[in-house]
Design a protein around this ligand. Structure first.
Ligand code: PLP
Length: 433
């Protein structure tokens, strides 16, 4: 039976389990400004368990070599680790191995797709179906991270296509009443986030994919804030492309994932060109390998893929459904606690919408940097600023917010500490309304 008196529990993990999870993350034992660290900035980057650090260290101590080159034993071991990691990540998101392209992060994955489409549009190879130009439209949402906005602005500028966006309502949800008038026969690409990095709201992927399919548009899913927190089955979701970053899901920095449906990846010309992605090269031209190698030019990051595979195994061992349950409970506690405070406005409080353990808020008349500093004095780490989503903040009439974001290692007690901290900040800065 669940012990509801425990300050750490949300119902998904027992006290002992949560203690064991936290023990794997050495950094959580750190003291910051004289107080035990309360790390509520996992939306920016997650902490890493020793299993991930050990896997990277093991790789460098035993298997390190360049992959897909060389006939020696270490090269074979490294290549095996690299491709095993791809298979682990593919299984985690319901994809085939050759549908997983390694990138340095999600930002690079989105740029890769946008540049490959623009190369196709310039007649630099690929399938005609993926060309776009004047009269065509690219659609994003008003809640995108800049990583899923600026590459599309640039693609529109390069090709003469028009960029449009699906607005959001006051409660933070997408204005789906306008979906059919915005995503039309002219739409060639619909790029949207699965979970907002500011609102924590989970978007209705099924509705968006169904509309895109009805008009023949390609879908690009930003799964940065969903892959770490929810069970993700990309085939079931039916998206054409998806991206996420290893560092937000217990993995190392420097490794990201681009998923693409096999036929689409192979219908795109490359983005970066060079070694390791070709079949034949003459002084005049080159023939390219099929995906994923055609998108993996140059010497590859290998230890990072090994670390990411260890992170995925860690998440799978704990169980994604339990992680999601734990974080949903933390998210509800966070939003309820913050919303009850004087002068606090939580952005996007759509009632009944599924959300992850993340909330951004404005404290009336107090700059988010001051709130962040006040909390940091107590060892509480949160993110302040516009969280790379300026248009979304503008939509809510603010320039910056404070964001608290939890993960599997976060406790209900830590959520209460940040709520108490914001209450004290409100008092300290004289906020009364
Ligand atoms: N998309 C979303 C929703 C994000 O939260 C982030 C990171 O904050 C990104 C994209 C970009 O991720 P990265 O900086 O790892 O490429």
């Amino acid at each position: 039976m669940t012990d509801t008196t425990s300050p750490t529990l949300t119902g998904a993990f027992s006290d002992a389990e949560l203690r064991d999870i936290r023990a794997d993350f050495a950094i959580l034992g750190t003291v910051v400004n004289g107080a035990p660290l309360v790390y509520l900035d996992s939306g920016a980057t997650s902490q890493k368990p020793r299993q991930v650090l050990d896997a990277e260290r093991y790789f460098y101590e035993h298997d390190n070599a360049a992959v897909h080159r060389g006939a020696h034993t270490l090269a074979a071991l490294a290549t095996e680790s690299f491709e095993d990691a791809r298979a682990v990540v593919a299984r985690f998101v319901g994809a085939a191995d050759d549908e997983i392209v390694w990138t340095s992060n999600a930002t690079e994955g989105i740029n890769l797709v946008a540049y490959a489409i623009s190369n196709a549009s310039l007649g630099r190879g690929g399938d005609d179906a993926l060309r776009i130009g004047p009269g065509d439209e690219i659609v994003v949402t008003e809640m995108e991270h800049h990583a899923n906005l600026i590459p599309w602005q640039e693609l529109a500028a390069r090709t003469g296509a028009t960029l449009r966006f699906i607005p959001i309502l006051d409660d933070g949800s997408l204005d789906l009443d306008r979906l059919d008038s915005i995503v039309t026969e002219r739409t060639r690409v619909l790029a949207f986030t699965h979970v907002s990095n500011v609102l924590g709201i989970v978007n209705p992927v099924d509705v968006l994919v169904a509309r895109a399919r009805a008009v023949g548009a390609v879908t690009v899913l930003d799964a940065c804030q969903s892959a770490p927190h929810l069970t993700l089955d990309l085939k079931a979701l039916g998206v054409d492309f998806a991206v996420f970053s290893g560092h937000k899901m217990l993995g190392p920095t420097g490794i990201g994932v681009l998923y693409g449906r096999s036929e689409l990846l192979n219908a795109l010309p490359p983005f970066l060109t060079g070694g390791s992605m070709i079949t034949t090269v003459t002084m005049e031209s080159a023939q390219y390998l099929p995906a994923p190698q055609r998108f993996e030019a140059g010497t590859q990051r290998v230890s990072q893929t090994v670390g990411l595979a260890a992170a995925v195994r860690y998440l799978e061992t704990v169980g994604m459904h339990r992680i999601a349950e734990h974080e949903a409970a933390l998210g509800e506690r966070l939003v309820a606690g913050l919303a009850a405070l004087p002068g606090v406005t939580v952005l996007g409080q759509a009632a009944g919408l599924h959300r992850v353990g993340l909330a951004s808020f404005d404290l009336a008349g107090v700059h988010s940097h001051d709130v962040g500093q006040f909390l940091d004095d107590r060892g509480i780490a949160v993110r302040v600023g516009h969280h790379c989503a300026q248009p979304l903040h503008r939509r809510f009439g603010v320039t910056s917010t404070t964001r608290a974001s939890a993960y599997l290692y976060s406790t209900a007690d830590e959520i209460d500490q940040v709520v108490d901290g914001v209450r004290d900040a409100a008092t300290f800065f004289g906020v009364t309304r």
